[in-house]
Design a protein. Structure first.
Length: 150
């Protein structure tokens, strides 16, 4: 089990630096892409923020949050995570190599939605990462099945 996305597993965190393009914009990390996606319109400032800066900036822009955010946030996070691993082969390989470990976004900042704190939480980020891992493992397995030996 991987129970924290810190230290050697920081790359699993949305705050880990991994360039990605999402909706035609380049971000330094998935947290910045996620926070920008909350807004009715794109805010260029997110393109140059680290994860902590993106989270702070979002607190000043709550009045611009999409009205449907609670209905679409999990789907958007899944899209961003997929973009992160599609566009970064090095961490995609690392993600596949975590199999079969459970991925838990353990934290001490009381995030019970995306992670687990003090043994309680929904661990949505961990679930999305494990689904992404299955996607890549299945893709690789099917790719190898299609190879014909002559």
């Amino acid at each position: 089990m991987i129970d924290s996305f810190m230290g050697e597993y920081r790359w699993l965190s949305n705050f880990g630096e991994s360039l990605l393009n999402y909706n035609g914009h380049q971000y330094k990390n998935s947290e910045s892409a996620y926070q920008d996606a909350k807004l009715i319109t794109h805010d260029k400032r997110y393109e140059d923020t680290n994860g902590s800066e993106a989270k702070k900036l979002s607190k000043t822009l709550t009045h611009l949050t999409r009205p449907d955010w609670k209905q679409v946030n999990l789907a958007i996070m899944s899209e961003i995570i997929h973009a992160k691993f599609t566009q970064n082969k090095d961490i995609r390989i690392k993600l596949m190599n975590t199999y079969p470990q459970e991925l838990i976004e353990g934290n001490n900042w009381q995030d019970h939605f995306w992670g687990v704190c003090n043994g309680a939480g929904l661990n949505w980020l961990g679930r999305i990462l494990m689904a992404e891992r299955v996607y890549w493992l299945d893709l690789m397995a099917n790719k190898h099945k299609g190879v014909k030996n002559g």
